[in-house]
Design a protein around this ligand. Structure first.
Ligand code: AMP
Ligand code: GLY
Length: 427
């Protein structure tokens, strides 16, 4: 069978790479893909991005199903378009994708269904927003309502920062429509984890736990990014916590969406904040897999992923059991010069090691032209190492990175440090 993956990042490379391992799969098209998907014989990039044109392509090529990586096409309704044409696709409809595409929708939904999350209010009026901040004090968190490609959240440590964020979003329209409304919420402290499940509308299948590092610099310092590295499993997600998150957050969300007539299908990603007592709260929902969490998760997944997605589309996820490599997978992102502000493009990349049983490099911001691999900005590569412990997985990943170079390459040296410092790894 032939499949289609929509997107161009490291997440999509990892999804396509995993799907292509199935003996049933002849070819995985990636739209538009990147330099890494271009180099793999089992994958084929296609330069189509318009959802209707993609649906035409899927019909013509008799593609068995489509898997969507990023949130933008989901929020724009690619699933609605494909389904209306009778084409198989895994992801949420435009309506269900509001769990990610509108923070106000997500917060109001969580409130209605008593799902644990930070206390909040939503504003479009500047003066009212400023008054709320003064009443609540700092630290406080300001979030643009709409999709803002990772730039929509300001964790303000001071009142000044908070007021400035409100002005940036509501008065100066720096984020356009996405910032026309803001959610202002209580600051939560603790440790974050990514809890990702597959949902077929009714049944829920949890993927392996993971954690990412959102800040640019070692020790979780510097600006927020899309994610500088991730690992799976996340030892903080003990079996007890897993059960609690399913019971208090994931299942009420899936049931609540169903009750409200907006069945959720697709990957559901709850970003969690776990406090010192081990209580989880929902920071946000994403209606897709995480990037870079997908890279270590796919590196650990055993068996035929194409069959799992097929069952998810058929609504029979209750019959599926996933099997995981017991090792830890740890992915380190190599980013372009000046990422995240104004990443440079066009640097020549060399030295990517060939894939082995314990190390694989997924591409994101790369392009292949005349046999040469160059950077196209942002997060460029994610190097994943697999080993029996977090520390050994770090050694494997960082050893592979030693061979890779491009001008301006920047990466964190401490991916996985929280997990490595825990006494008993499990989950
Ligand atoms: P979000 O896109 O909503 O996940 O926010 C991006 C990042 O901002 C999160 O991964 C957290 O690190 C941080 N963040 C978001 N909401 C809060 C909050 N209520 N308290 C503390 N940090 C937060
Ligand atoms: N790694 C965080 C995200 O994908 O949103």
């Amino acid at each position: 069978m032939k499949l289609l993956v929509v997107g161009s990042g490291g997440r999509e490379h990892a999804l396509a790479w995993k799907l292509a391992q199935s003996p049933r799969v002849q070819l995985v098209y990636v739209a538009p893909g990147n330099g890494g998907t271009a180099q793999d014989d089992r994958l084929l990039n296609i330069g189509i991005t318009d959802p209707n044109a993609l649906a035409d392509f899927v019909e013509k090529e008799q593609i068995a199903f489509t898997l969507v990586g990023p949130e933008q096409p989901l929020a724009a309704g690619i699933v609605n378009i494909f389904r209306a044409r009778g084409l198989k696709i895994f992801g949420p409809t435009k309506e269900a994708a509001q769990l990610e595409s509108s923070k106000d929708f997500a917060k109001a939904f969580m409130k209605r269904h008593a799902i644990p999350t930070a206390e909040y209010e939503t504003f479009s009026d500047v003066a009212a927003a400023h008054a709320y901040i003064d009443a609540k004090g700092a630290p406080i968190v300001i979030k643009a309502d709409g999709l803002a490609a990772g730039k929509g959240v300001v964790v303000a440590q001071t009142l000044d920062e908070a007021h400035h964020a409100v002005d940036m979003m509501l008065s100066d329209n720096k984020l356009g429509d996405a910032g026309a409304r803001v959610v202002i919420e209580e600051f939560l402290s603790g440790e974050e984890a990514s809890f990702i499940v597959m949902v077929d509308g009714i049944n829920v299948l949890a993927l392996a736990s993971s954690q990412d590092h959102k800040r640019l610099l070692d020790g979780d310092q510097g600006p927020n990014t899309g994610g500088m590295g991730a690992y799976s499993p996340a030892p903080i997600v003990t079996p007890q916590l897993h059960a609690r998150v399913m019971r208090e957050i994931i299942l009420p969300t899936v049931r609540g969406m169903e009750k409200e007539g907006i069945r959720f299908t697709g990957f559901l990603y709850a970003g969690l904040m776990i406090d010192a007592q081990g209580n989880p709260k929902t920071l946000e929902f994403n209606c897709r897999m995480g990037d870079p969490e997908t890279q270590p998760i796919m590196a650990r997944l055993k068996g035929d992923f194409s069959k799992v997605v097929e069952q998810a589309i058929a609504g029979t996820l209750d019959t599926v059991e996933l099997e995981w490599d017991r090792r830890t997978a740890l992915g380190v992102v190599l980013a372009a010069h000046n990422y995240p502000e104004a990443p440079r493009k066009g640097d020549f990349i060399s030295g990517i090691p060939v894939e082995t049983a314990d190390a694989v490099t997924f591409h994101a911001g790369t392009a292949l032209a005349d046999g040469k691999l160059t950077t196209t900005g942002g997060r460029v590569l994610c190097v994943v190492g697999l080993a029996d412990s977090v520390r050994s997985a770090q050694s494997v990943a960082y050893e592979a990175i030693n061979h890779i170079s491009f001008d301006g390459m920047q990466y964190r040296r401490d991916i996985g440090y929280r997990a490595a410092n825990r006494k008993h790894g499990q989950g």
